[in-house]
Design a protein around this ligand. Structure first.
Ligand code: B12
Ligand code: SF4
Length: 466
């Protein structure tokens, strides 16, 4: 039995179409979901993983599969449906799972033979068995997996063309921020994989650099922090010679022992969601941790950096409290906090989130011709109607933000400060230049987006607020 597992591309985010920047090699990340599915697949299936972000193959030149499994974030849904139509046209059954299939089950069911909602561990064997016997059901639900059941991912199945390998150590998040799908998808309970499994996983990764995909590697409670410390000790003891980056809350900075152990285990960078430069903004999205009284973000960032760990800060633009000038405010706040990189995203109502329910109820989904418009749900386009900012205005704010934070003098200051503090200035320089060079690509993407809106006419989309 031959199985193709495909990660569909979205031309708006795929490097295939943004060759303009050679730094984009550092922006293609392994589709871990498919590597995990392959790990769950019995060895009598011949499995091929196709990551279209590396370029779509000529499918008609490949041997005909017996089953196709598609994964998709919402932004990849359109291409997933094209692929489903292609394979179903050949009589090959198609199964789709992942976040979009879970959040938009009814839509997805119209395009494929079987939809798998939730996590796959508990249900994939059944799907394969049913496919083998020609009795696929239209719907399977994996629910939340037992973390002991997460297999070793098939790190061997993808070509060595990625800058980073990928590993997952925990799932779930109790915080349920309004804009985020993680609590709805992976549950509010913070679930941890057994530490020996994680160490084995790191050992199986071929790349020297690794992205730990956990939404929050350190969790929210003292026992989660204790587990993170145990994990770091085990990774350090295994002497893996890997360097990794991860996501965490700002609480990462609050425990010197945790930071020292993380650095010893190979941590070289951390993504932190600051989300908004104002307490009103943080309250609006429910990011309670960042509201801690007396929290000094600059001191927190410095504490992390002192351990040789770079800090990338993420902010959202387009909250109801955001008024003209917010772009500059974010750039200034990020510079004040002293982060090494800034990633600013448009507030985007992703299906299944509290924000989606709210904006849908208020008639504020700007781009709402689905599935066509899903391709713009990448967080890099203003797809909603924003309270104080028209589409043109919010795009201008985003460009002002990036122009300011990634101005050459500010980059030079950051790299110099990294050099001074022995904090991997080269990585910081590459990352900063990568963002800077993408500003040109972004400008073109915004122009195309604005043309797309104009083609919808005055009644359609967020043009209504222009
Ligand atoms: C790592 C990651 C990335 C990596 C992507 C790596 C990759 N190629 O997959 C990077 C950094 C590139 C990325 C980018 C983006 N991401 Co992202 N990302 C994540 C993150 C943190 C972890 C995903 C992961 O690897 N999990 C580990 C694997 C094992 O779990 P899984 O993917 O859920 O797979 C399991 C099940 O879903 C299921 N399953 C999945 N696919 C399939 C297929 C079949 C056939 C079956 C049966 C089952 C199945 O089985 C798997 C095992 O249980 C998630 C948050 C999260 N917790 O999911 C956000 C998340 C997926 N990202 C999100 C978003 C919005 C994006 C972006 C669009 C925007 C952005 N700037 O962040 C971009 C653009 C991506 C694109 N190509 O369009 C949203 C998606 C929401 C949505 N409705 O689409 C999430 C949920 C975070 C959030 N804020 O809500 N992301
Ligand atoms: S944004 Fe981060 S902290 Fe908030 S719910 Fe999502 S994963 Fe949890």
């Amino acid at each position: 039995m031959r199985l193709y597992l495909v990660n569909p591309s979205n031309p708006l985010v795929s490097i295939v179409h943004v060759k303009e920047s050679r730094w984009n090699r550092y922006r293609v990340w392994k589709p871990l979901s498919l590597m995990v599915l392959a790990g769950l697949t019995p060895r009598d299936w011949e499995v091929t993983i196709v990551d279209e972000n590396l370029g779509a193959p000529d499918y008609s030149a490949l041997p005909r599969p017996d089953l196709v499994g598609l994964t998709a974030f919402t932004s990849q849904a359109n291409r997933a449906y094209e692929l489903a139509a292609h394979f179903r046209g050949l009589g090959v059954p198609v199964v789709m799972g992942g976040i979009h299939a879970t959040m938009c089950l009814d839509e997805v069911a119209q395009h494929v033979d079987a939809v798998v909602t939730g996590e796959a561990e508990g249900v994939w064997a059944q799907v394969l068995d049913d496919a083998r016997h020609g009795r696929l059901k239209p719907r399977y639900d994996g629910g939340l997996a037992d973390m002991d059941a997460v297999p070793l991912a098939r790190h061997d199945l993808l070509p060595p063309r990625y800058a980073f390998g990928a590993v997952q150590t925990t799932r779930g998040c109790p915080l349920n921020c309004t804009f985020c799908s993680v609590t709805a998808f992976n549950g509010a309970k913070y679930r941890q994989r057994p530490i020996p499994d994680v160490v084995r996983e790191f050992q199986a990764v071929r790349e020297r650099h690794v992205l730990v995909v956990d939404d929050n590697l350190i969790g929210t409670r003292p026992e989660h922090i204790a587990r993170a410390k145990d994990l770091f000790r085990a990774l350090a003891q295994a002497n893996l010679r890997k360097e990794w980056i991860a996501q965490a809350t700002i609480n990462f900075a609050d425990d010197e022992e945790l930071l020292a152990l993380a650095a010893k285990a190979g941590c070289r960078g951390v993504f932190i969601g600051f989300e908004s430069p104002t307490p009103e903004g943080l309250r609006e999205i429910g990011k309670k941790f960042n509201l801690l009284k007396g929290r000094d973000f600059r001191a927190s960032v410095r504490r992390i950096q002192r351990h040789g760990i770079l800090v990338a800060g993420s902010f959202i633009i387009g909250l109801d409290v955001d008024e003209p000038g917010i772009g500059q405010d974010i750039a200034d706040a990020a510079s004040r906090y002293g982060v090494d990189n800034l990633n600013t995203l448009f507030l985007t109502p992703l299906p299944g989130t509290r924000l989606w329910d709210q904006m849908k109820a208020d008639g504020r989904l700007g781009l709402d011709v689905f599935p066509e418009d899903w391709r713009y749900y990448t967080l890099s386009f203003p797809v909603a109607q924003y309270k104080h900012l028209t589409v043109d205005a919010i795009i201008a704010e985003m460009m002002a933000c990036n122009r300011s934070f990634y101005s050459l003098p500010r980059i030079a200051r950051r790299v110099w400060s990294g050099l001074w503090r022995r904090r991997k200035p080269l990585i910081s320089l590459v990352a900063n230049l990568s963002y800077r060079s993408n500003m040109r690509v972004d400008r073109k993407a915004y122009a195309d987006f604005q043309r797309h809106l104009a083609s919808r006419g005055p009644a359609g989309g967020p043009t209504a607020t222009r």
